[in-house]
Design a protein. Sequence first.
Length: 335
Amino acid sequence: MSALSLSVVICTFNRARLLRICLESLSRAEPPPCDWEIVVVDNNSEDETGQVVQEYQQKTTGLRLERISDRNLSVARNHGCQCARGNYLVYLDDDAKVPPDYFRNVAACLLTNTPDLMGGPVYPYYTTPRPGWFRDAYEIKKFAEVSGFYLHTRLTGANFIIRKAVLGQVGFFDPARGMQGYKYVIGDERKVLDTYRHIVPEESQRIYYALECPVFHHVDPRKLRFHYFLYRFYVSAFSNTMIRFELGLPYLSPAEFLKEILWLPRNLLTALWRERAKDDPAQRDYPLAVSRSAAKLGNLAGTLLLYLRRIRGKSPQKSQSIVAGGSLTNIAKNV
């Protein structure tokens, strides 16, 4: 491969306080032994985001600011790719923190293994008290016990590394699956990963999971509310159902759909009873048991939407990130 170069891409919208924490951790991190840059993409923020970036430009080499008018996370991520100079893109959330050796470890893993995609663990940090029912495990994203190549591991957007050329090949991030201002929408990085798996033969896939490259991710106070906790599982499952359709993968048949609806209350009660039956009260995890039903409900809602569109004679639209055309094609010309 060509000489390694990294572009760290951080997309942000009206979170100057958290962005400051993120950039502070980057300014204290050891630089990687290669060319690198930090690109902050501002989604038309109305707070002090610009001033925060200017402040850290004085003490962080290679930090630059890009501004866009569209308040869509996926559009911002695609813009970051378009203007990046590195051959690997390191996507970090604006509320993430990196340990001092993060970039050196990332560079070492990329040089040694030359993956197409790579990720690592995500651990939570809090700025507000954590309620008693909420467990750290809900926010820990650790999808492997040993570093290495995997066919089925997951990656999370807070710690998402991809070869720039590969992102162009899979169609970039889908704007329909990215956060839209304050509207909670997820799934754009999952769709990139699933598209890669869909179009690249298993024997050629190079997805590396690096335990030595963790980040710390802020737990928004909203996530500590039980109804929002369930809502996130619902939205995630809904999005996954739509992604499966967009990739041409099977989803629930009408018979399976009806069966899942009929069994939903019983499955929820069974899950709660199993938690109640555990001898150690500390091991009883009622929120997680309920969250699985919320996820199932999201899957059913997504399936129902696809059925209704079919009944109305309106074929559900394939995502623009998979078909040619639009602004994504223009981006591809620059990769």
